[in-house]
Design a protein around this ligand. Structure first.
Ligand SMILES: Cc1cc2nc3c(=O)[nH]c(=O)nc-3n(C[C@H](O)[C@H](O)[C@H](O)COP(=O)(O)O)c2cc1C
Length: 191
């Protein structure tokens, strides 16, 4: 282990302009330890729905290659995502499905931490457990605890600016990111 700064890619599962999850992702640089350099992943918004016929006829779309390259280059990932119908939002799942078919599979051996926000009382936690299944399938190294699950979002983000204002959530995120840094340096062969 050394103490070089870690390149950590943040993937947001929501494409919505006023997204709470995107707001949470934007709050992370201020809460991360000095050992993290965070950057946002390119959008998966334009990815076609995965179809092996399409892959066979036209190969991987440019946007999918860009997304996969960003993942490959990173030391670790943080996925910040809402829950749709008790599971992973289709756009994010589709992106994982595309990347999973690539030869140099970008998720392999990549440390990953999860975060979710929802207006409801379960805070998107069910999407995290489904993500854990899919991310195990693509050979990531999953960070365990503390889990960042933010429920009742409307009370925790500023109504106008969407800044995260809840001190308990802020403290929990700081704890998770600090523990995730130690985890990455422990499990990753690259650092
Ligand atoms: C298609 C769809 C399904 C949803 N299903 C759930 C759900 O299962 N559990 C939940 O807590 N919220 C669910 N919601 C509400 C989302 O948590 C809420 O819209 C949230 O703000 C989405 O995240 P975002 O603000 O980052 O876009 C759903 C929303 C949509 C649009």
């Amino acid at each position: 282990m050394n103490d070089r700064q870690l390149d950590v890619l943040v993937i947001c599962g929501s494409l919505r302009r006023g997204s709470y999850n995107a707001a949470l992702a934007r709050s992370l640089p201020a809460l991360a330890p000095p050992g993290f350099a965070l950057r946002a992943a390119p959008s998966f918004e334009k990815f076609p729905i995965y179809n092996l016929d399409l892959q066979n006829s036209s190969g991987f779309p440019t946007e999918v290659n860009a997304w996969a390259d960003a993942i490959r280059a990173a030391d670790a990932l943080i996925i910040v995502s809402p829950e749709y119908n008790w599971s992973i939002p289709g756009g994010l799942k589709n992106a994982i499905d595309w990347a999973s078919r690539m030869k140099e599979q970008p998720f392999k051996d990549k440390p990953v931490a999860l975060q979710s926000v929802a207006p409801g009382i379960l805070g998107g936690s069910r999407s995290q457990y489904h993500l854990r299944q899919s991310l195990t399938s693509v050979d990531t190294i999953l960070f365990g605890r503390p889990e960042v699950i933010i429920a009742n979002a409307a009370q925790k983000f500023d109504e106008k600016t969407l800044a995260l204002k809840d001190q308990t959530a802020i403290d929990l995120i700081k704890q998770q990111l600090a523990a995730f840094e130690k985890f990455i340096r422990r499990v990753s062969a690259k650092v």
